[in-house]
Design a protein around this ligand. Sequence first.
Ligand code: ASP
Length: 434
Amino acid sequence: MKLSTKILLGMVGGLLLGTLLNLLSGAEGSFVAQLSAWLVNSVFDVVGQIFVASLKLLVVPLVFVSLVCGSSAMGVNSRMGKMAGITLLLYMVTTAIAITLALLLANLIDPGIGIGLETLADFEPGAAPSVKEVLINIFPTNPIQAMAEGNMLQIIVFSILMGVAVTHSGEPGQKALALFQSFNEVIMTMTTFLMHLAPYGVFCLLAKLFSELGLGAIVDLAQYFLTVVLVLGLHCFGTYMLMLKALTGLNPLTFLKNARPAMLFGFSTASSNATMPVTMNVAEKRMGIDIGIASFTVPLGATINMDGTAIMQGVATVFIAQAYGIDISLGGYLAVIATATLASIGTAGVPGVGLITLSMVLQQVGLPVEGIALIIGVDRLLDMLRTAVNVTGDTMVSTVVARWEGMLDLAVYQEVSDRDTYEKELVPENPEEG
Ligand code: ASP
């Protein structure tokens, strides 16, 4: 069986078992409830957390090593600057389209009309970072600290500097580069190992989540939930595919097939960061994107490009405004577009942060931040869906940039979807014996 099919099965199995356990564990103290609590806390939680931890473990070394290789491969010419500029522009444009789509559809569907505010729970908004802080924060004072804290933008800046310096250092630089290239291969192999654990990891993650997720919350907030899902779907399968076709002429269906592992991991982990090793693998091995592009665009996207998050924030803003009976002016909507684009840049690629940066957007248009409490009940599930969209967006933009720069291997792009990359990639331990 193909690995991606196994992962999908793990997902569906986890989802079904989790939902079943959730239904069965209603009677407290019963044998089934105890068994289910034991399974969830002692098995699913442990395996799931170890799985996510081992993905996260790869992120910092992967970004550092591959970006040093990548930026030195791009050379020190203006090409790197142009590529970075295009990438940033595309990330911003796709986010602005996402949020506009969200505002338009939310205003058509009116999900927040008639919502009773008595469901308000307590909500303490966390402090969202200011734009100034976000900007200053991009520049590291201490690379080791940046890596220890997993500060992605700082790691990106440091790695690019290092890669550029490598190209400028002549012979010693070439030796250093050879070392980095070897390390890069090793880390890619580690990712491949991990992918083989994915079906079990994903199964446990989803079984735990769904055993705890009361689906009742979704029924209460069905209109909001479905509006977000609708816009996410439109953006992912409409906007992205149209852009891909229009900007590169590539076949969108092949893109979706190739992108599937990243989407599945994004959904299961609800974290663009944790998914990064997989997104990188997908970009290089399935899309055929050169490391010079992927090593820059993927980590950058996982850090600043959150279209799914912006969509949730757009629909949530309209929903909360309607629930409180507050009108947002046209100027207000424009402010929402600007702030949500910035907020999504400032949203870290970890679960649930989009809800925190939503407070930035709400404050901008004078809406009560406590309104977030209204939607908290269904956020986890939406987080999974929007993260899948976030990583799809990163992959789509990377593909477009690579194609434009002439750094996309068409043969890989067209061929990979039919085979299982991960099975074939592993080099046997003793090649001579084989
Ligand atoms: N979980 C999202 C991500 O990692 C961020 C968010 O919307 O909370 O991409």
